[in-house]
Design a protein around this ligand. Structure first.
Ligand SMILES: [Mg+2]
Length: 133
């Protein structure tokens, strides 16, 4: 799968890169540091990702703002977007599901737990029929 990973924290990005390489996966990683960068990528002529992993807390354009914008564009609004956050705030969770997400994952503090959760997410989306552009 082509995975668009939207995250402002470089350490979190490294954690995800490490997880991907440990899984020996053939997934392709596309990185964006905030919602704005991600939207720019999605609106460019480049191939669309199969799945989006989205942080909520980010400068410039946060995850919820990004979701709102995503849903305004016919070409990209169906891309499955899984929120990956430390926010256990129920308002955030409800807002995300209201706008439309494919999952809401709380990032575990322990690396082993993080890896296990992300492995499950990627395996799950790998067996799905994807929107594909
Ligand atoms: Mg963040």
């Amino acid at each position: 799968m082509d995975i668009l990973f939207i995250e402002d924290d470089a350490i979190e990005t490294m954690k995800f890169q490490r997880t991907l390489s440990k899984l020996n996966s053939k997934h392709k990683l596309i990185e964006a540091r905030n919602g704005e960068e991600a939207l720019e990528f999605l609106q460019s002529e480049k191939k669309l990702p199969d799945v989006i992993l989205l942080d909520l807390n980010m400068p410039r354009m946060n995850g919820i703002e990004f979701l709102g914008k995503l849903k305004q564009h016919d070409k990209i609004k169906y891309l499955p977007t899984v929120v990956l956050t430390t926010s256990e705030n129920r308002d955030d969770l409800l807002e995300c599901y209201k706008i439309g997400i494919a999952g809401y994952i709380i990032k575990p503090l322990k690396y082993e737990d993080y890896e296990a959760k992300l492995k499950t997410v990627l395996e799950y989306w790998s067996i799905n029929e994807l929107v594909k552009a």
